[in-house]
Design a protein around this ligand. Structure first.
Ligand SMILES: O=C(O)CCC(=O)N[C@@H](CCC(=O)O)C(=O)O
Ligand SMILES: [Zn+2]
Length: 337
């Protein structure tokens, strides 16, 4: 049965739990375990419903360690939740495999993509569909609460901005200065405003439930045991405060504390010979000048269109049709309230 180590319990039962559980922590918090890697803490009188997800990519270990420590501290009652929290350990089988995924990148399978196209038997398809349902059940249980979802990741390569967040496309909804400043307090000082709908987990929560949802990149991917956890202490502290405080002070928007970019385009792969022209170890946010060649494929060159474009998440090793890189330009005039 479960002791305080929910990660160990999840990895001992990566596909299915022997049973679902609910119990009380003293008389203050109800705990529900809905599935492998899925645990809810419900205190009385919360004002926020918060989803913290990790391991949507199985080899991104630092977010897993952060979430497991918060869960341990809640279960042992070192800390007491004042807000309702759903923790999701996204892909337990891929954690055991020490890989980004088993058959398919799960962060391309939300908003119904799990049920379209080929590969319907892939384990990530079933898990993405199940995770959608858990998030839907969690958020729709209350209609009067602030809804927050931080989908925690680490990136494949080094980055000029170590910690950054992707703000999913949200037409007609202003960006939240409160959220941007909270993330800055977490040490996540760089925001990318996405320009189109995607099939990521954070877009799902944002679009379906109007959650303040973000993909949050906390550093470079490392195997278990090799994370310098001191680099995550600011984030850990702020997430703990978010969960355990009734109210957090709202910090006034200060543009000098954040770097704001918007996605100018997503370059998708059309041919097997897609190749980048820049160094294979180029950092995220490396910037290129107008006319410079970013990539080649099918005998064509893909060149920088704006006076400068920065790149993030370059990965030529993706299936045809998927994103190889996001191009970014500065975003000084976004609507932030
Ligand atoms: O480092 C990389 O190349 C990928 C890191 C990562 O997993 N990023 C997310 C971003 C999701 C988003 O665009 O909101 C992903 O690619 O799924
Ligand atoms: Zn990731």
């Amino acid at each position: 049965m479960l002791n305080h180590d929910f990660l160990a319990y999840t990895l001992a039962n990566p596909h299915k739990l022997p049973a679902t559980y609910d119990f009380m922590l003293a008389d203050h918090t109800r705990v529900d375990i809905w599935d492998t890697g899925v645990i809810v803490f419900t205190p009385a009188n919360a004002s926020k419903d918060i989803v913290l997800s990790c391991a949507v990519h199985g080899n991104e270990t630092a977010p897993i360690e952060i979430c497991n420590q918060l869960i341990k501290d809640l279960l042992s009652q070192r800390i007491v939740a004042k807000q309702r929290v759903l923790f999701l350990i996204g892909n337990p089988a891929a954690i055991i495999n020490q890989t980004r995924f088993i058959d398919e990148n799960m962060n391309r399978l939300f908003s119904g993509a799990h049920s379209k196209g080929e590969g319907l038997t892939h384990p990530e398809r079933h898990r993405a569909k199940a995770l959608e349902k858990y998030v839907a059940d969690f958020f729709t249980a209350n209609s009067d609460r602030q809804r927050i979802h931080y989908d925690l990741h680490t990136a494949i390569r080094a980055s000029k901005h170590e910690k950054f967040a992707i703000y999913p496309y949200r037409p007609g909804r202003a960006y939240s200065s409160e959220q941007i400043m909270f993330l800055a307090e977490c040490g996540v000082d760089t925001l990318l405003f996405h320009h189109e709908p995607t099939t990521t987990f954070s877009y799902y929560s944002s679009e379906q439930f109007q959650a303040d949802a973000f993909t949050v990149e906390l550093g470079k991917v490392m195997p278990f045991g090799q994370n310098d956890m001191s680099r995550f202490s600011q984030t850990h502290t702020m997430l703990e405060k978010l969960i355990t405080h009734t109210n957090l002070p709202v910090i006034e928007f200060d543009s000098s504390k954040v770097n704001l970019y918007k996605v100018s385009r997503s370059i998708n792969k059309h041919f097997d010979d897609f190749a980048f022209s820049f160094a294979s170890d180029a950092e995220n946010f490396s910037s290129f000048k107008q006319g410079e060649v970013l990539a080649t494929e099918g005998g064509q060159q893909i060149v920088v269109e704006h006076s400068q474009e920065a790149i993030v998440f370059p990965n030529a090793n993706v299936p045809i049709g998927q994103r190889t890189v996001l191009c970014l330009v500065p975003a000084p005039n976004e609507s932030i309230v």
